[in-house]
Every structure is written in structure tokens, then in C-alpha cells.
Design a protein around this ligand. Structure first.
Ligand code: MD6
Ligand code: FE
Length: 212
């Protein structure tokens, strides 16, 4: 069960589910991220095309998103060549439940988990590296956030389109699907010390679940 306070359609095909995860589920998710993140295939700080280091740490499950080629691959060839672990069933199940709550049937096969330190951020981007058919039909991306609150900006189909800001708090879920699947979005900042004290996390984990 979850403590969802509802489903807010922030744009056609984009849904915010505030407080989707219970406190207990949030704690479990933090523990899970730390477990997976401290494995040999755990978090690392990616360097993107052009040589800039990202302001987050990344961990991929199912397939690795290569920040140099913008392609999905079995091994993290931009870093240490290690094969990424499979997407654990407990995590894909949660993402499937979120999608159901928003009215979609969704069976993810990839998860990208990002860790934001207190000064972490993620530039404006589109998630368009999945299979063309996935993008064409608008198969959702489901995201889960735990820890500090993020300022999440959602724009349009062009980088210069106007954006709106929503706050993604600990336990919130977000779905980008259908006509919103390819909207530009980013996280300019997270709010320090804004998460539940019990998580012991002055930072943030965001997990995005995808179907390749
Ligand atoms: C974040 N999220 O919340 C970054 N992408 O830290 C994303 O980039 C994202 O939340 C696609 C769909 C949902 C998301
Ligand atoms: Fe994204």
C-alpha cells in the first residue's frame, strides 16, 4: 500500500504523485540505493561529451546509459567496462505500481539511479535514447525520489520553451508519458536538509525506470 495523496496531471501525459511512498518505503529505497551503490558496479561520477563532469553520481541497472555516446549498452564502456547488474524485481514492481496509478501498463527493463550531493544538479535534457518505438508510442518513464527536495523544471519539446518548476519531495513519484515523454526537464538544485531526518541523507536519490 502507499500513502498517495493523489495524482496531479501537471501537463498532458505528465503526472506528479506526491508522497507516493510511505516513510518505511522511502527508508527501504535509501537502503537499497546504498546497497546497490556500494557494489563494484555502484555509483560513479560520469563525464559527458566535451569532458565536463556531471554534478551527480550515476548507477545503471538493466543497461548502462553511456554519457559519451548517449546509447544504452550492457557494459559501462565509458568507465570501467563492468557489466551492469540486472534491474531487481522489487524495484521494477514499485515502478509498475506507480504507472498503474497513473493509468499505464508498464514493465521497465532499465533503471538509472542518480545520487545528488547537496550541491548536485542535472541540466535540461530530453530522455530520447531509448528505442524509437518506445518513444513513438510514448511508453512512460517513472521516477521515484527520496531524500532532499528537488526543484524540477519541466519545459516543452524545444530547449527554449518556457518551463515550470515543481518540487519533488522525498517519496514523490513522477510519470512522463505520451505527449510529455520527450519534454525537456532538469534539476537546477536540491534544497539542503529538506528530507526526512530518519533517512540520514543530506542528498537525494532519484530513480528513473524505463523500457528500452
Ligand atoms: C531527477 N529526473 O528528478 C531527474 N527524467 O533528478 C529526470 O531526469 C526524469 O524524473 C525522465 C522522467 C522522469 C524524471
Ligand atoms: Fe530525465
Amino acid at each position: 500500500m502507499n500513502s498517495a495523496k493523489g495524482l496531479v496531471e501537471i501537463a498532458p501525459g505528465a503526472y506528479h504523485l506526491p508522497s507516493y511512498l510511505t516513510n518505511q518505503e522511502q527508508l527501504q529505497l535509501v537502503i537499497r540505493c546504498r546497497e546497490l551503490g556500494t557494489q563494484p558496479t555502484g555509483f560513479y561520477r560520469p563525464t559527458v561529451r566535451g569532458g565536463t563532469k556531471m554534478r551527480i553520481e550515476m548507477l545503471c541497472l538493466g543497461r548502462h546509459w553511456n554519457p559519451m555516446t548517449y546509447r544504452y549498452e550492457p557494459n559501462r564502456s565509458d568507465y570501467d567496462g563492468k557489466a551492469v547488474p540486472p534491474l531487481p524485481a522489487d524495484l521494477s514492481t514499485i515502478a509498475g505500481r506507480v504507472a498503474t496509478a497513473a493509468g499505464f501498463l508498464f514493465e521497465p527493463d532499465i533503471c538509472i539511479s542518480n545520487y545528488y550531493p547537496p550541491d548536485g544538479r542535472l541540466g535540461l535534457h530530453q530522455d530520447k535514447d531509448e528505442h524509437p518505438e518506445t518513444l513513438r508510442v510514448g511508453i512512460p518513464i517513472v521516477s521515484l525520489s527520496v531524500g532532499n527536495t528537488a526543484q524540477f523544471v519541466l519545459g516543452g519539446m524545444r530547449r527554449k520553451d518556457p518551463t515550470r518548476t515543481i518540487l519533488l519531495a522525498s517519496g514523490d513519484a513522477l510519470v512522463l508519458a505520451g505527449p510529455s515523454r520527450l519534454r525537456y526537464h532538469g534539476v537546477p538544485r536540491i534544497l539542503s536538509e529538506s528530507g526526512p531526518k530518519e533517512l540520514n541523507l543530506n542528498g537525494r536519490f532519484n530513480l528513473t525506470f524505463r523500457r528500452y
